[in-house]
Design a binder for this molecule. Structure first.
Ligand code: ARG
Length: 601
C-alpha cells in the first residue's frame, strides 16, 4: 500500500504532475526498464539504479558494475563498458534527459534537459505549486497531539502536535482525504476521583461553574484522598461505574472537568494554528463493551489473576483488555478505536504519532488486531511514528529549574518574548510598523519552535534551545523566513517594472541551473517525507533552496540600478521569474511545515 502513496503524484487525469514531478524516480524507472530489456535474466531486476552524481553530471547509473558481475556468475564475460552501452541503447526516450554519456570503465552519466526543466518551472510559476487532484485519494487518519484531561499538556504532546500537523499538511497537499484526530485521555479511573472530589467540594456544580481552573491542583487533591481515604476510594470507583454507564449527573460533572482542559488545549492549538478533531477515549465506551464481547466470544481472552488479557502469537507482551475491577484500559480504547477507524471510517491508513516509548504498545496492538482479524494489513496500513524525547540545554529531560514539567503556554510566551527581543536587537522595531513587528515576532517565535522540532530526525532526541533556534544563520526557521522576505522584497521593490516580465525563466547560467535543479528536487523530497514520515528531509531541502538562492543572487544580477540615482536601469526578467518561482517553493514548503510566513521582518 505504501506504493500507492508513492506513486500518488503521477496518478492524474491531467497528464504529468509537474508540481510533484519526481525527477529521480522518473530517471530510475527509465533506466530500470532499459536494464530489464538489455540482457536475459534481468527481467525482474528491481533496485535503485540511478543516484545523484557527485561529479559534473546531474545523475549517474552505476548498475553496469553489478550487472556484469551477475553476468559473469552465469558464465557470460561481458566487459563493463559494453554493458553500459547496451543499457544506453535500450533507453526509451525521456524528455527530462538531455543526454547520457558512458565513461570508462562503465559509468553512465546522465545530464538533465535545461529546456525541459525550464518548462516545468515556467509551468509551476504559471499554475502555482499545486498538485493535480488524485484519481484515488486515500483516507488517512492521523492520530496526534492527544493530551490528557486534568493533566498538563507537555513538550511530548507538543512534538506530537507539530509533527502530526505537518504530516497532515503534506498528505492533504498531495490530495489525500486526511482525518486529523485528537485521541485525548478523557476516560478512566482518574475521572472517578475527580468527580468524587467535585461532588464533595462543589455540590452545586450542576448550576455554578466550580473554581477548578487549576485542574492539576484539583487532580493532586483527589489523588491524595484516593490513596488515603478508603471511603473516598470506594466512592471514586462507584463514580467510574456510574460515569461509564452514562449517569446524567456524572456525565455533567465529567463534562465540566473536560471543558476546563479543553479550553487550555484550544488556546495552544489556536496559537499554533492547529486544526484537529477531538475524539477522546470516552467516544469508544460502547465500542469497548462490544469489542470485549467479541474477543471473549472468539476465545481470544485469557484470565490472568482476574485481569483479562490478550496474547498474539507474535507479540512479546499481552494487551490488558479488562482490569480485575472490570474497568477498561488504554489498550482497550485503542483496540476499539482501531476497529472503529477501519470499519466505520473506512481508513486506508492509520498513523499514530507519540513518543517512541509507546512503540511496544502500538506494535502489540497491531499484532493482536491482526490476530483477532480486525486488521487486515494488506488492506489497511497501520503505522507507528515515534519520536525522541525533548532535552533541556543541560542534556537532561526538559524540565523547569525546580524540576516540574514545562508549561506549554509559558513556553510559547517565552518564545514570543525572545523573538521580539531579537528583532529589536536588530533594530527592526525602527523599520517595521507595530503591526508588522507583531506579525514578525509570532512568525519567528512559533516558526522557530516548530522548525527546531521538525528539522531533527524525529526518532532522535533533541535539545530545546531558544538561543539556537533563534539564530539567523544555519538551518533555522529565522534564516528561511529571512530568505523568503528578501525574495519578496526584491520582487516588491520592482514596483511598476514587475508588470510586464515577459520571458522564460533563466536557467542557463551555472548558478541559475544549480538553483533550478535544487528547486525541482521538491517532488522527490516529498515522497521521501511520506515514505519515512520524516519531515527533516523537507527542512533540509528548504535550507538547500535558500542557500542556493543566495549563491545565485550573489552571482547573477537581477536588477541593475544607476549607482548615483538608485534608479532601476535594467531588469533581468528571466532571473526575476526565477526569484518568483523560488518564492513559490519556499512558501509552499514552509506552509507544509505549518510555518506562517511574512513579507517583512
Ligand atoms: N494520551 C496519550 C498520552 O498522553 C497519547 C495517545 C496517543 N494515541 C493513541 N491512540 N493511543 O500519552
Amino acid at each position: 500500500l505504501r506504493l500507492l502513496y508513492k506513486n500518488a503524484g503521477s496518478q492524474t487525469e491531467n497528464g504529468p504532475d509537474y508540481a510533484l514531478i519526481n525527477l529521480h524516480e522518473t530517471l530510475n524507472n527509465v533506466f530500470l526498464k532499459a536494464i530489464r530489456s538489455s540482457y536475459e535474466g534481468f527481467e525482474d531486476f528491481d533496485e535503485t539504479v540511478v543516484t545523484a552524481s557527485k561529479n559534473f553530471a546531474d545523475y549517474q547509473c552505476n548498475a553496469p558494475m553489478k550487472m556484469s558481475k551477475l553476468l559473469k556468475a552465469k558464465g557470460q564475460n561481458i566487459p563493463l563498458f559494453t554493458v553500459a552501452n547496451k543499457i544506453v541503447e535500450c533507453l526509451d526516450h525521456c524528455d527530462i534527459i538531455d543526454r547520457v554519456e558512458v565513461s570508462k570503465p562503465g559509468f553512465i552519466n546522465i545530464y538533465l534537459s535545461q529546456f525541459k526543466l525550464r518548462d516545468i518551472l515556467d509551468f509551476v510559476l504559471e499554475n502555482k505549486l499545486k498538485p493535480n487532484p488524485l484519481l484515488h485519494p486515500k483516507k488517512i487518519i492521523i492520530d496526534f497531539s492527544s493530551p490528557n484531561v486534568a493533566k498538563e499538556m507537555h513538550v511530548g504532546h507538543l512534538r506530537s502536535t507539530i509533527i502530526g500537523d505537518s504530516l497532515c499538511r503534506v498528505f492533504e497537499f498531495i490530495g489525500h482525504d486526511v482525518m486529523r484526530l485528537n485521541h485525548i485521555g478523557d476516560w478512566g479511573t482518574q475521572f472517578g476521583m475527580l468527580i468524587a472530589l467535585l461532588q464533595d467540594k462543589f455540590p452545586d456544580y450542576k448550576n455554578v461553574s466550580p473554581p477548578i481552573n487549576d485542574l492539576q491542583e484539583f487532580y493532586k487533591q483527589s489523588k491524595v484522598l484516593f490513596d488515603n481515604d478508603p471511603e473516598f476510594k470506594k466512592r471514586a470507583y462507584n463514580c467510574v461505574v456510574k460515569l461509564q454507564s452514562m449517569s446524567p449527573d456524572h456525565i455533567k460533572a465529567w463534562k465540566l472537568i473536560c471543558d476546563v482542559s479543553r479550553q487550555e488545549f484550544q488556546k495552544i492549538y489556536e496559537r499554533l494554528n492547529i486544526n484537529i478533531i477531538e475524539r477522546g477515549e470516552s467516544f469508544y465506551q460502547s465500542r469497548m463493551e462490544s469489542i470485549v464481547k467479541y474477543l471473549e466470544k472468539e476465545g481470544f481472552l485469557e484470565d490472568d489473576n482476574g485481569r483479562k488479557i490478550m496474547w498474539s502469537p507474535e507479540a512479546s507482551i499481552p494487551l490488558t483488555i479488562v482490569k480485575s475491577d472490570g474497568g477498561f484500559t488504554y489498550d482497550t480504547s485503542d483496540f476499539a478505536a482501531l476497529k472503529q477507524r477501519i470499519e466505520e471510517e473506512k481508513a486506508d491508513a492509520i498513523i499514530y504519532i507519540t513518543d517512541s516509548g509507546q512503540s511496544t504498545h502500538f506494535e502489540t496492538l497491531k499484532k493482536c488486531a491482526i490476530h483477532a482479524k480486525i486488521l487486515n494489513p494488506s488492506n489497511v496500513d497501520m503505522h507507528f511514528v515515534g519520536f525522541g524525547v525533548v532535552l533541556g540545554e543541560d542534556k537532561k529531560k526538559f524540565k523547569t529549574r525546580s524540576g516540574e514539567t514545562v508549561r506549554l503556554a509559558g513556553l510559547l510566551d517565552e518564545g514570543i518574548k525572545r523573538a521580539r527581543d531579537k528583532l529589536i536587537e536588530k533594530g527592526r522595531d525602527k523599520v517595521l510598523t507595530d503591526e508588522e513587528l507583531k506579525l514578525a515576532e509570532t512568525a519567528v517565535a512559533y516558526g522557530c519552535i516548530k522548525y527546531a522540532d521538525l528539522c531533527h530526525n524525529r526518532s532522535h532526541e533533541y535539545v530545546f534551545s531558544f538561543d539556537k533556534m533563534l539564530e539567523d544563520k544555519g538551518n533555522t526557521a529565522v534564516y528561511l523566513l529571512y530568505a523568503l522576505t528578501r525574495i519578496r522584497s526584491i520582487i516588491n521593490n520592482l514596483g511598476s517594472h514587475c508588470k510586464d516580465l515577459n520571458a522564460a525563466i533563466s536557467v542557463f547560467h551555472e548558478n541559475e541551473w544549480k538553483l533550478t535543479k535544487t528547486l525541482l528536487r521538491f517532488g522527490e523530497v516529498l515522497f521521501k517525507v511520506i515514505n519515512d514520515f520524516c519531515l527533516h528531509y523537507l527542512c533540509e531541502y528548504l535550507y538547500d533552496v535558500a542557500t542556493t538562492f543566495s549563491e545565485f543572487y550573489d552571482n547573477c544580477y537581477c536588477i541593475e540600478k544607476n549607482p548615483k540615482t538608485g534608479e532601476i536601469v535594467k531588469v533581468h526578467d528571466g532571473r526575476i521569474l526565477l526569484c518568483k518561482v523560488t518564492e513559490e517553493y519556499l512558501n509552499t514548503g514552509l506552509n507544509l511545515l505549518g510555518i506562517h510566513t511574512v513579507s517583512k521582518m
